[in-house]
Design a protein around this ligand. Structure first.
Ligand SMILES: NC(=O)C1=CN([C@@H]2O[C@H](COP(=O)(O)OP(=O)(O)OC[C@H]3O[C@@H](n4cnc5c(N)ncnc54)[C@H](O)[C@@H]3O)[C@@H](O)[C@H]2O)C=CC1
Ligand SMILES: NCCC[C@@H](N)C(=O)NCCCC[C@H](N)C(=O)O
Length: 259
């Protein structure tokens, strides 16, 4: 799995504010309202402890401080434990923290110690970014193009299918394609088909995975994927709304899912 870099997390809250303006213009609601709609919850001054984890590739310089900024942005009381790993976990529980945020190289979780709810970042990211794509106010149909059926993409596809959208999906991994067709009933995206999409959810670790032939003139591309799925020549096109940022929207969905 592609890991975040400190560079990915630079200027985080400005990237979020830009994305949120696009989300409001494209869907009619901001990220907090959409999280409330999806999870039926609201913040209630929960105390959030962020526990740095040294396993694997170790601590990412500004990952914990980014999570602290996110918790505070959404009106919560957050802090980073003095020590990482088990010592930090022990401190957080002893301090009476309501929610723990911690990540190793494979899983990033939010765990509400009071309600016992737990959330995984890849699931919540898939759900919230596909939800955003599906709310495009200028969409002319319920057709959604999904690019990438990995951990994030499959979770988002499952969410879209449950909500009754017509999903057309593409992933070069034939096993993932067969699984999505058999288990979720998605349509295989056919590049030879002239159909163009006004709602696109992309979740791949590759750049420029979206080509002009896939998208309608006026469309919303909602992608947590790093790097950017849109080629620069398309991204400059004023009629394409792009929602893309490296951490905040997915982390917000995790918090709302465990309130
Ligand atoms: N912004 C955020 O908050 C988050 C971002 N991410 C990012 O989302 C991306 C996806 O993450 P995961 O689902 O965990 O990765 P993954 O490795 O589980 O899945 C990626 C999928 O994309 C497919 N793929 C690669 N190139 C493709 C192409 N050209 N067209 C269609 N499919 C293609 C692969 O076959 C694979 O199935 C990564 O870049 C990851 O860093 C992940 C979690 C949160
Ligand atoms: N965008 C959210 C998905 C993040 C994920 N792709 C990742 O980089 N995970 C590694 C996080 C490692 C954190 C580190 N253990 C720390 O605690 O600083």
């Amino acid at each position: 799995m592609a890991l975040l870099t400190p560079e990915d997390l630079e200027d985080l809250l400005n990237k979020l504010r830009q994305s949120n303006e696009t989300i409001k213009a494209s869907t009619g609601k901001g990220i907090t309202e959409i999280c409330e709609d999806v999870y039926g919850t609201r913040p209630a001054s929960q105390k959030v402890a962020i526990v740095p984890i040294t396993a694997g590739n170790g601590v990412i310089g500004n990952f914990s401080s980014s999570l602290l900024a996110i918790t505070e942005y959404f009106g919560l009381e957050g802090y980073i434990t003095e020590h990482p790993d088990i010592t930090g976990y022990h401190q957080a529980v002893s301090d009476g923290a309501d929610i723990l945020l911690m990540a190793d190289d494979h899983m990033f979780i939010a765990h509400n110690l009071k309600s016992r709810k737990i959330a995984a970042n890849h699931i919540c990211t898939g759900v919230i970014y596909s939800e955003i794509a599906s709310r495009f106010i200028h969409a002319g149909s319920k057709d959604v193009l999904v690019i990438g059926l990995g951990r994030v993409g499959y979770a988002g596809t499952e969410h879209l299918v449950k909500k009754g959208f017509n999903v057309y999906a593409y992933d070069p991994n034939t096993e993932f394609m067969e699984k999505a067709i058999e288990e979720l009933g998605v349509n295989a995206y056919d590049s030879a088909d002239p159909k163009k999409f006004s709602m696109v959810f992309e979740a791949t670790p590759n750049a420029n995975t979206i080509s002009e032939g896939m998208i309608a003139e006026r469309c919303l591309v909602s992608t947590p994927g790093i790097p950017c799925a849109l080629p620069p020549e398309l991204a400059e096109n004023g009629d394409i709304d792009l929602v893309m940022e490296p951490l905040v929207i997915g982390a917000a969905a995790m918090l709302y899912s465990v309130f």
